[in-house]
Design a protein. Structure first.
Ligand SMILES: [Cu+2]
Length: 128
């Protein structure tokens, strides 16, 4: 009887590693501890006094954004761009792998594009 094919075993393990890496940013994964950052935009500004949000390197973030107007947002440094609608708040999962201070700015309000580029808040990622 031939034993298990070692190459096939390596292949399966690799596939499992790939699947796990992807699962890190899967919002449905109950094994991932997420740090929630909640943002409310009103009249093209962040609601409240706080405009700096601190997280730690390696944390799995879920950025939740509610807005009273349609807006495209851009997380600089992480190069994540997403849209928020009044009827459809955004839920953006990502892993804070890079440390630093990252501006999150608007890339157009309503149907406009690239107009009104303005920093709304900062995301600060601290080393562990
Ligand atoms: Cu930008």
């Amino acid at each position: 009887m031939p034993g298990p094919n070692p190459l096939l075993f390596v292949f399966y393990v690799s596939m499992m590693v790939i699947a796990t890496t992807h699962a890190n940013d899967n919002l449905d994964d109950p094994d991932v501890n997420r740090t929630t950052v909640e943002i409310t935009i009103e009249h093209r500004k962040i609601k409240g006094d706080k405009n700096v949000f601190r997280v730690y390197q390696g944390e799995h973030i879920e950025l939740l954004v509610v807005s009273d107007e349609t807006v495209s947002l851009h997380i600089h440094g992480y190069d994540i761009e997403f849209k928020v609608d009044p009827e459809e708040p955004a839920s953006v999962p990502f892993t804070a792998y890079a440390t630093g201070r990252f501006p999150v700015s608007s890339h157009g309000w309503g149907d406009q594009h690239e107009h009104g580029h303005q920093t709304l808040f900062y995301l600060e990622v601290y080393p562990q």
